[in-house]
Design a protein around this ligand. Sequence first.
Ligand code: ADP
Ligand code: MG
Length: 274
Amino acid sequence: MPSLDAPERKNMNTEISRGKTARVFCIANQKGGVGKTTTAINLAAGLATHGKRVLLIDLDPQGNSTMGSGIDKSTLAHTLYGVLIGEATISEARVHSVTGGYDVLPANRELSGAEIDLVGMEERELQLKHAIVSIADQYDFILIDCPPTLSLLTLNGLAAAHGVIIPMQCEYFALEGLSDLVNTIKRVHRNINPELSLIGLLRVMFDPRVTLQQQVSAQLEAHFGEKVFKTVVPRNVRLAEAPSHGMPGVVYDKNSRGAQAYIAFGAEVIERVT
Ligand code: ADP
Ligand code: MG
């Protein structure tokens, strides 16, 4: 009876997660174009295919996670900006991604102004953390798509999270950039958020035919051991095409190698943290 499948699974999950609060993860890397947004969107969709309740927070003023989830960033009544400056709650600002099967706390260019507005506020790095409290029990996972900077916005993300997932390309300078980020995580852990930990490193846009990528990948495993996720996301054009159709790659072409990798990654994340 395939028609009974979905609702039954849903009930089970509600049962399991009732009374529990969401695991909150930042998808971060201070470099641009490394696959943060692609990972955030497709991990959200991947977790949703496994029956998990997910909120994706778009912490980047570019609003790529918002658009890539099929939400028009130019017609929003409220956005993350309003939440950070205390003009709206997450319940008021969130939008459901019909294509992705998860909720989105959307962003657009307005968000770049938040940096300036936050500076004068008390506990300026804790605004997102405070806002999340009221909805945390409604989700299994909250994912935060960070901008490519170590700004006050990113600091709000790191302060609100339990862990960080770092997507990275296996390139020559990748390891160097990584140590900066790991040091930042350690500093935030020490000074602002003792709950914060490194969940893992995800190799993305991987091309096994490139010798250098294999070498960097091996170095990563040697250096970070268990912290390197087993799933490797290949370079796959279907993942790059999906945003222009306003949907996650996982939904756009479920059978593509990229989609399958992110579905497997969702399962690995669930296994790692629950
Ligand atoms: P970031 O958020 O770190 O700036 P994006 O996720 O926007 O990075 O990715 C940068 C570009 O690379 C985008 O055009 C995206 O579609 C593309 N891309 C990301 N991951 C893959 C992949 N696995 N295969 C092919 N293209 C990818
Ligand atoms: Mg991005």
